[in-house]
Design a protein around this ligand. Structure first.
Ligand code: PGA
Length: 252
């Protein structure tokens, strides 16, 4: 599964222009699910253009209450109404700039599932944490806190994006070995908490400076796809990443 996280990029007009260029490039990608998460403002236009293409619509964030006095927030039913299937939850930029903590992320994950949407849960260590040898401890803490109290049925649907914070938007990609180690560890924790069949169902993505040149090598045994920021803004590059993932799937 290859997902685009556009972050705070693209007006409605720019989103339309992207899709006009992108859609003809990705007719029939074998064995790869594509999702696009534009800013909230472009969700209706993008959703409309994606209808009938098989490409899923995603949101980049959500609040956990269904409605209420929460100025500036967007609820799960509002996203559902627009045809969203996925919601990115706990992105490191949300944790860092908007002070989202593990407890908030847990509530968001639960609300997203309860409203029939699928979360893409982002976890990952900072450079400091990696240097201090805390990578696994950080991943374990973030994952455990996020899934606490969730039923196995929900967890089986979960998409987890392993995104080392030091590799996001820096041009510095994790090595395939690092991506695999992170993904394998996350899957092993799900195995421990929910058993083997759930651990096999969970999809784990790698995210952090994924580009056409490195995409194929990052699709390792436990990595089922990528969450792509910068390179997803360019229709040719994003289509090339989808093709690399399709090639990795067919040769696996
Ligand atoms: P990047 O972002 O591809 O620009 O590094 C990835 C992400 O933040 O999901």
């Amino acid at each position: 599964m290859i997902a685009a996280n556009w972050k705070m990029h693209k007006t409605v007009a720019e989103a339309r222009a992207f899709l006009e260029a992108f859609l003809p490039l990705v007719k029939n990608p074998q064995g790869v699910e594509i999702a696009i998460a534009p800013p909230f403002t472009a969700l209706p236009a993008v959703g409309e253009m994606l209808r009938g293409t098989g490409i899923a619509l995603g949101a980049q964030n959500v609040f956990y209450e269904p409605q209420g006095a929460y100025t500036g927030e967007i609820s799960p039913p509002m996203l559902k109404e627009l045809g969203c299937r996925y919601v990115i939850v706990g992105h490191s930029e949300r944790r860092q700039h908007f002070h989202e903590d593990d407890e908030t992320i847990r509530k968001k994950l639960k609300a997203v599932f309860e409203h029939g949407l699928v979360p893409i849960l982002c976890v990952g260590e900072t450079l400091e944490e990696r240097r201090a040898g805390q990578t696994e401890a950080v991943l374990e803490r973030q994952l455990r806190a996020a899934v606490e109290g969730l039923s196995a049925e929900f967890v089986g649907e979960l998409v987890i994006a392993y995104e080392p914070v030091w590799a996001i938007g820096t041009g510095e990609t994790a090595s395939p070995e690092d991506a695999e180690a992170g993904a394998r560890f996350l899957r092993s924790r799900i195995h421990k908490l929910y058993g083997e069949s759930i651990a096999e169902r969970v999809r784990v993505q790698y995210g952090g400076s994924v580009k056409p040149e490195n995409a194929r090598s990052l699709m390792t045994e436990n990595v089922d796809g990528a969450l792509v920021g910068g390179a997803s803004l360019d229709p040719e590059k994003f289509a090339a990443i989808v093709k690399e993932a399709a090639a990795a799937t067919s040769s696996a």
